[in-house]
Design a binder for this molecule. Structure first.
Ligand code: DP6
Length: 328
């Protein structure tokens, strides 16, 4: 009745931005990401506890944060088809939570896989991905390692909306993602609220959906060929387009800070000098730099020269895995 899982966060190369169903977390478009190691979240779930308790990163979770965790475990109970009793959850991450790296993605992926295992359900990446998606959309892409594609699906019940691994972590082992933390502050508008407002008010939103959907197979081809330059260009283009559709929302949503723009400018200059480095940007000010193993030190130096207060160097990560050692 107890299981522990370690899962890695992921960074979207083609972003997910906007839901067609908010309750089930179904996206308007497909997306594609890379799972990132060594950073990870570890989560232990136990059913049959005296009462429901949720501890996240050393604090008792409250309000909507706690509800999201318990709702996911309710879905596990439905899958198990029996009364599993109250649950105890303890989760810990080893990376800066405000890094804009969607720690929720690793957290909900670990919770989904651990929840199913603690309930005695068999390992099933599709079922875990669907479950993780119901906690946080991007989490469905952290159940497996390497390059994962979240297919938007067509069904109203969401059973065809889950992530598939296209290439494992070993496919492109010398690809590097360098997270440049230029701002540690909590973002003003969370992804969930930002994407909702963009869907509802941005006149550019339909164009975003069409474009992002078309970029996914292109990104897949470039990853197959390990074409860093073309993939870097695609990533930047997709990040700019996600941010453009948000800037066009009412009120406008701007996640970029002056430090973000300074770093992007510097990165372009470095590229002209022959350093193969590109960026992507989630719903926050901290760029994630795409490069190869031979240039990760240069990418870190570039980030620090532009005022990054912290830098996290990442490599392609593996699947969410069951551990034998528990957190309690
Ligand atoms: C910009 O998955 O955190 O990072 O589904 O509402 O929990 P919810 O949102 P979340 O949003 C991630 C948005 C993004 C792009 C991406 O990871 O694809």
């Amino acid at each position: 009745m107890k299981a522990t899982v370690r899962a890695h966060p992921n960074i979207a190369l083609v972003k997910y931005w906007g839901k067609r169903d908010e309750a089930l977390i179904l996206p308007h478009q497909s997306s594609l990401s890379l799972t990132l190691a060594p950073i990870h979240v570890t989560t232990t779930v136990e059913f049959g506890a005296p009462s429901d308790t949720v501890e996240l990163h050393g604090h008792a979770a409250k309000g909507s944060e706690r509800d999201r965790v318990l709702r996911l475990l309710d879905a596990v109970r439905v899958q198990a088809g029996r009364d599993l009793g109250p649950a105890k959850v303890v989760s810990r991450g080893d990376f800066p939570m405000a890094a804009g790296l969607a720690s929720s993605a690793a957290g909900f992926a670990a919770l989904a896989v651990a929840g199913r295992a603690a309930a005695g359900l068999p390992e099933d990446t599709r079922a875990s991905s669907i479950l993780a998606r119901r906690g946080s959309g991007s989490a469905c892409r952290s159940v497996q390692g390497g390059f994962c594609e979240w297919q938007r699906g067509e069904r109203a019940d969401g059973e065809d909306s889950y992530a598939l691994q296209r290439f494992d972590a070993g496919h492109w082992a010398d690809l590097r993602m360098v997270v440049a933390i230029v701002d540690r502050g909590e973002k003003e508008v969370k992804s969930r609220d930002g994407m909702k407002s963009t869907v509802e008010t941005s006149p550019y939103y339909p164009a975003w959906v069409k474009d992002a959907e078309a970029e996914v197979p292109r990104a897949r081809e470039l990853i197959a060929k390990k074409d860093l330059e073309a993939l870097g260009e695609l990533c930047e283009r997709n990040a700019w387009r996600m941010h453009s559709t948000s800037l066009a929302a009412d009120p406008p949503l701007c996640y970029l800070s002056s430090a973000t723009l300074g770093l992007i400018q510097h990165l372009r200059e470095q590229r002209k000098k022959g350093v193969p480095v590109w960026f992507t940007l989630d719903a926050g000010p901290n760029p994630v730099l795409l490069t190869d193993a031979a240039h990760e030190v240069a990418a870190e130096a570039l980030a620090r020269a532009c005022g990054a207060v912290d830098v996290v160097r990442c490599v392609p990560g593996g699947d969410a895995t069951l551990l034998t050692e528990h957190l309690f």
